[in-house]
Design a protein around this ligand. Structure first.
Ligand code: B3K
Ligand code: ZN
Length: 885
C-alpha cells in the first residue's frame, strides 16, 4: 500500500464550486448523478495538469463534459481514479453517473444500509465510494442534493442544509431536494433515507433566529432522546456564551443509527450518530452514558465552527479540527459538571492510552508526517494530546487572550481549509505573544520527561526551582529538541496556604506576579530549555512547591519531593487537581513497590499512611463526592504498565486486586456507612450532585463486594434487586460479578433475560463478561461469539466483546498465548468485512515489545501470521507493519 507524506502536499490544480447530486435509491442498486462545475487553478503548474478524481468500488456509467458524453480514450479509469487528461481550459461542467450497491456495503464507509435504512459516512475518504470526486478537504463547494426513494420504505429523506423541495413521483416513490448554502468539503456530505421519526424542538439564537432541532430514530426509541436534545440545546447556548459562536442555519438534524464505525459524525447540519451516543433513559443508560452523550453531542455541534466552517487543509492537519474540538467539548463538560473531576478524567485517559501510544511503535506527532490509511490516525495523540496542545495556549494566554486568538482565527479563516500553523499564528498575532518553540508540540512525538529539583536558601529567603527536560526517541525521530513547557505552579507555606510569589527574572529584576493588582498564587513558568532555573525571592520559609497545577502540560513530571511533601500536598493544595495528583503519585509509588514484591514472591503489605490518607478523603464530607471517587480510584492498569521497564500484567493485576481488597477490609465500616448514606429513592436525575452521590455509593459497593463475605455479597445482591436505574443496577452487577461463582452466573443470566430486547444494554452485558479477569475467560468469550445476540458486522458488538477482552490484562496477555491467538484469528475474519473496525482491534498488539520474552514471542508470531496472510486491508497492514518494524 502507498504511504502519503505531509511534505508532498500540493495545492489542487482544479477547484469545484458547486456540486449537484441526484440519488436514485433502490434495493438492488443505487444510481448517483453528479454534476459539478470545475475551475482550473490559475497557475502555471495547473495549465497542463490532468484532472484526477478519486473513486473506489464504483461502477462508472457515463462521463459528460459540458453536456457532451466522453468517448473511451477521452478519460481513463483505474481501481481508484478517473482521469481526464486534457479537460477544457475555462470553467466547465462535469457530469458523472455511477452505480453503487449500498445494500452490500459492510465496511460502513460511503453509502450503506443499517437496519434497513440508508445512511452515509464520508470522513475521511468515504465520498469516493459514492461518486468520482477530488475527495480531499481543501476542495470546498456548495452542494444541492436530490434524493429519490420508495415512499413507504423510506418516508424520511435527508441531506445537508435546507429542504427546498419535495414531492411524489411515479411508482410509489418520492423525492426531496436539499440545499446547503455553506460551502464544505466532501467528507461532510451526508444522506439518510429511512423509516424514522423525530423529536422536534427549537433553539432561539442570541441574535433571535429560530433554529429547528430534530433528532431522528426508529419510532420506538424516540422517548430515549430527551437527554440528547437537552445536551444539544446546552451546547448551542454554551458556544454562544463562551466563544460567541452562533449556529448558522435554520435546521439542525441528528440521526441515530445502530451500525456505525465510530461515535458520531459532524456532517454539516446532519449529524449521524452511533445510537449508543443518542439513546438514553434512566432504566437503560448509566451516568457514564449520559455524560458521554452530553460530551459527544457537544463535540459534534462544536465542529460546526471548528472543523466545518473552518476545516483542515489536508488530513495531516486533522488535529486542527479534532484537538481543538475535543478541547472545546472538555470545557463544555467541565462547565456542565465539575471542572476538577473532568480534568482528572481527561488526564487519566491521556495517561492510560496516549502515553502508551506515544512510547510505542505507533508513536506519531500531533501533526503526523505520514500515513497509509488516514483512519489509523484518528488516534488519542491527534485527539487528546491535540486537545492538550490547545489547552496550553489557553494556559499561556489566559481566557481572554485565548478568546482573542479564537476570534482572529475565525475572522481570518472562515470558509477556508487551513493548517495547524494558521491556528498558531492566530493565537500569536491576536496576543502579540512570544511562543518560542511552541510549534514543536505539533511536530515532535513522544512524551517529554521533566525533572524538577528545588532548594531553599534560609538566609537569602530564596527558593530555586531547577528543571531539566528530555523527549524520548520515537520512530523516525531519534533526536529531539527541548520543548516549550508551561509549568503552572505555586508555593505552599507550612500551614498549607499559598504564598505570594515574586520571581527574580532572568535579567536579574524582581518581578512580583500580579493579576489585577492582587498577588497571584499560581503562576505559569515558561520552561523552554533543556535545563533551566527559576529563583523566587522573599520566600519567608521553606515552601512545598505544587508543580504542574491543573496538569498544565502533557509531560511526565518527576520531582524530588519527599513522601511527606506529597502527603502535605494531598492534604492542603489549593489546586484540587494537584491534591488528586498527590494521591496518585503515592498510589503509583506504592503499586510499583508492591509489584516488585510480588515478582520476588515477597508478602504484600499496605502502607498504613496510605490507607489513612484515603480514609481521611473518604470521610471528608466537605469534599465533592465525585472528587472522592476519583481519589479512591487506583491508577489504571495501562498507566501502571506504561511506567514499568518490562510490563507485567499479572503483577499489576495482582497488586491492584490486593490493594482493593486490603482497603476494603481496613475501611469496611466506612464503606458500609458510605453506601447507606448515599442511597436514595429519588427519581433518577442526571446532575452533578446526584451523579456524584451514586458514584460514591457504587465505588464503595465495589470495594466491599471484593471481600466476598456474606454480608457484603448480600448487600450487593440487594442493591442489584432494588436498583431503580441502570447506573445502580449495572454497578451492582459489576460488583457481584468480579468474583466467579454461583451469584456471578445467576445474576448475569438474570440481567440478560431482563434486557435481551435492548441491544445497547446487551452490549454492556457482553463487555462486562469480556473484560473479566477470571483466568481462562477466553473460552467464555469464544462461546459468546456464537451467542444469538452477537453479530460481527455490528461495530458496537465488536467493541464490547473483542475490545472488552483486549482490555483484560490477565486474559488478553495470558501466558499460554490463547488471548493473542484469539485476537489474531478474529482480526483475519473481521478484516474481510470491516477494515476500519479491525484496525482498531489489532492495535491491541502494538505494545507487544513492552512485555516479557515469552509474551513477545507469542504476540510477534501472531503479528507475523497476520502479515503473511494474503489480502489483508491497508488499515491492518499499516498497524501490523508498524508494530513489527
Ligand atoms: N470526525 C469524526 C471522526 C471521523 C473519523 C473518520 N475515520 C467524529 C469526530 O471526531 O467528531
Ligand atoms: Zn471530532
Amino acid at each position: 500500500p502507498k504511504e502519503y507524506f505531509l511534505k508532498d502536499y500540493k495545492k489542487p490544480s482544479y477547484y469545484c464550486d458547486t456540486v449537484e447530486l441526484k440519488f436514485v435509491l433502490n434495493e438492488d442498486k443505487t444510481h448517483v448523478y453528479s454534476k459539478i462545475s470545475v475551475i482550473r487553478a490559475d497557475n502555471e503548474a495547473s495549465a497542463s495538469s490532468p484532472l484526477v478524481l478519486d473513486g473506489s468500488d464504483l461502477k462508472l456509467i457515463s462521463v459528460d463534459v459540458n453536456g457532451k458524453q466522453l468517448n473511451e480514450g477521452d478519460f481513463y479509469v483505474d481501481s481508484c481514479h478517473l482521469t481526464l487528461p486534457s479537460p477544457p481550459t475555462g470553467k466547465f461542467t462535469l457530469e458523472i453517473v455511477t452505480e453503487i450497491y449500498p445494500q452490500d456495503n459492510v465496511s460502513l464507509e460511503g453509502l450503506y444500509k443499517s437496519s434497513g435504512n440508508f445512511s452515509t459516512q464520508c470522513e475521511a475518504e468515504g465520498f469516493r465510494k459514492i461518486t468520482f470526486f477530488q475527495d480531499r478537504p481543501d476542495i470546498m463547494a456548495k452542494y444541492t442534493v436530490r434524493v429519490e426513494a420508495d415512499k413507504t420504505k423510506y418516508p424520511v429523506l435527508l441531506s445537508n442544509g435546507n429542504l427546498i423541495g419535495q414531492g411524489d413521483i411515479e411508482g410509489g416513490r418520492h423525492f426531496a431536494v436539499w440545499e446547503d448554502p455553506i460551502k464544505k468539503p466532501s467528507y461532510l456530505f451526508a444522506l439518510v433515507a429511512g423509516r424514522l421519526e423525530s423529536r422536534d424542538d427549537t433553539f432561539v439564537t442570541r441574535s433571535g433566529r429560530k433554529v429547528t432541532l430534530r433528532i431522528y430514530t426508529p419510532s420506538e426509541d424516540l422517548p430515549k432522546t430527551t437527554h440528547a436534545m437537552h445536551s444539544l440545546k446546552a451546547a448551542m447556548k454554551w458556544d454562544e456564551d463562551v466563544f460567541g459562536l452562533e449556529y448558522d442555519l435554520d435546521l439542525y438534524n441528528i440521526v441515530a443509527v445502530p451500525d456505525f464505525n465510530m461515535g458520531a459524525m459532524e456532517n454539516k447540519s446532519l449529524n449521524i450518530f452511533n445510537s449508543k451516543l443518542v439513546l438514553a433513559s434512566p432504566e437503560t443508560a448509566t451516568d457514564a452514558d449520559y455524560a458521554a452523550i452530553l460530551s459527544v453531542i457537544g463535540h459534534e455541534y462544536f465542529h460546526n465552527w471548528t472543523g466545518n466552517r473552518v476545516t483542515c487543509r489536508d488530513w495531516f492537519q486533522l488535529s486542527l479540527n479534532e484537538g481543538l474540538t475535543v478541547f472545546r467539548d472538555q470545557e463544555f463538560s467541565s462547565d456542565m459538571g465539575s471542572r476538577t473531576v473532568k480534568r482528572i478524567a481527561d488526564v487519566s485517559k491521556l495517561r492510560n492510552y496516549q502515553y502508551a501510544e506515544d512510547s510505542g511503535p505507533m508513536a506519531h506527532p500531533v501533526k503526523p508526517h505520514s500515513y497509509i490509511k488516514i483512519e489509523t490516525l484518528c488516534t488519542v495523540t491527534v485527539y487528546e494530546k491535540g486537545a492538550e496542545v490547545v489547552r496550553m495556549y489557553k494556559t499561556l494566554l489566559g481566557s481572554q487572550g485565548f478568546r482573542k486568538g479564537m476570534d482572529l482565527y475565525f475572522e481570518r479563516h472562515d470558509g477556508q481549509a487551513v493548517t495547524c500553523e494558521d491556528f498558531y499564528a492566530a493565537m500569536k498575532d491576536a496576543n502579540n505573544a512570544d511562543f518560542a518553540n511552541f510549534l514543536l508540540w505539533y511536530s515532535q512525538a513522544g512524551t517529554p520527561v521533566v525533572k524538577a529539583t528545588s532548594s531553599y536558601d534560609a538566609e537569602k529567603h530564596t527558593f530555586t526551582l531547577k528543571f531539566s527536560q528530555e523527549v524520548p526517541p520515537t520512530p523516525g525521530q531519534p533526536v529531539k529538541e527541548p520543548m516549550f513547557i508551561p509549568v503552572a505552579m505555586g508555593l505552599l507555606d507550612s500551614h498549607g496556604n499559598d504564598m505570594p510569589l515574586s520571581l527574580v527574572s532572568h535579567d536579574g529584576k524582581l518581578e512580583t506576579l500580579t493579576v489585577g493588582g492582587q498577588a497571584v498564587h499560581t503562576t505559569v513558568l515558561r520552561v523552554t530549555k533543556k535545563e533551566e532555573e527559576f529563583v523566587f525571592s522573599e520566600v519567608s520559609e521553606k515552601p512545598v512547591p505544587s508543580l504542574l497545577r491543573g496538569f498544565s502540560a502533557p509531560v511526565r513530571l518527576e520531582s524530588d519531593l519527599s513522601d511527606n511533601d506529597i502527603f502535605f500536598l494531598l492534604a492542603h493544595d489549593s489546586d484540587e487537581f494537584n491534591r488528586w495528583e498527590a494521591g496518585q503519585i503515592l498510589a503509583r509509588k506504592l503499586m510499583l513497590s508492591l509489584v516488585a514484591h510480588f515478582q520476588q514472591n515477597k508478602p504484600l503489605l499496605l502502607n498504613p499512611k496510605f490507607v489513612q490518607g484515603l480514609k481521611t478523603i473518604l470521610c471528608d464530607n466537605t469534599l465533592d463526592k465525585e472528587f472522592i471517587v476519583k481519589a479512591m480510584t487506583l491508577p489504571g492498569v495501562g498507566e501502571m504498565m506504561d511506567m514499568m521497564e518490562v510490563a507485567d500484567p499479572d503483577a499489576v493485576h495482582a497488586v491492584r486486586t490486593f490493594i482493593r481488597k486490603e482497603l476494603a477490609l481496613q475501611l469496611k465500616t466506612d464503606f458500609l456507612r458510605t453506601v447507606q448514606e448515599n442511597k436514595s429513592s429519588e427519581q433518577y436525575e442526571f446532575n452533578h450532585l446526584n451523579m456524584a452521590r451514586r458514584a460514591l455509593k457504587n465505588i464503595s459497593l465495589a470495594y466491599l463486594a471484593s471481600l466476598e463475605d456474606p454480608e457484603c455479597t448480600e448487600l450487593a445482591l440487594n442493591e442489584y434487586k432494588t436498583a431503580s436505574n441502570m447506573t445502580d443496577e449495572f454497578a451492582a452487577l459489576v460488583a457481584i460479578t468480579q468474583n466467579p461463582g454461583k451469584h456471578h452466573d445467576q445474576v448475569l443470566a438474570h440481567f440478560y433475560n431482563k434486557w435481551k430486547h435492548d441491544f445497547l444494554v446487551v452490549n454492556k452485558w457482553f463487555a462486562l463478561q469480556a473484560m473479566s479477569d477470571v483466568p481462562g475467560n477466553v473460552e467464555n468469550v469464544m462461546k459468546l461469539l456464537d451467542h444469538p445476540a452477537f453479530d460481527l458486522r455490528n461495530p458496537n458488538k465488536v467493541y464490547s466483546l473483542i475490545g472488552g477482552f483486549c482490555a483484560s490484562p490477565v486474559n488478553f496477555h495470558a501466558k499460554d498465548g490463547s488471548g493473542y491467538k484469539f485476537l489474531a484469528d478474529l482480526v483475519l475474519q473481521l478484516d474481510k468485512t470491516n477494515p476500519q473496525v479491525t484496525s482498531r482491534m489489532v492495535s491491541a498488539f502494538s505494545g507487544w515489545r513492552r512485555y516479557d520474552e515469552t509474551r513477545q514471542k507469542l504476540a510477534k508470531a501472531q503479528l507475523e501470521m497476520i502479515m503473511s496472510t494474503n489480502g489483508i486491508s491497508a488499515n491492518v497492514f499499516e498497524i501490523v507493519s508498524k508494530s513489527l518494524a
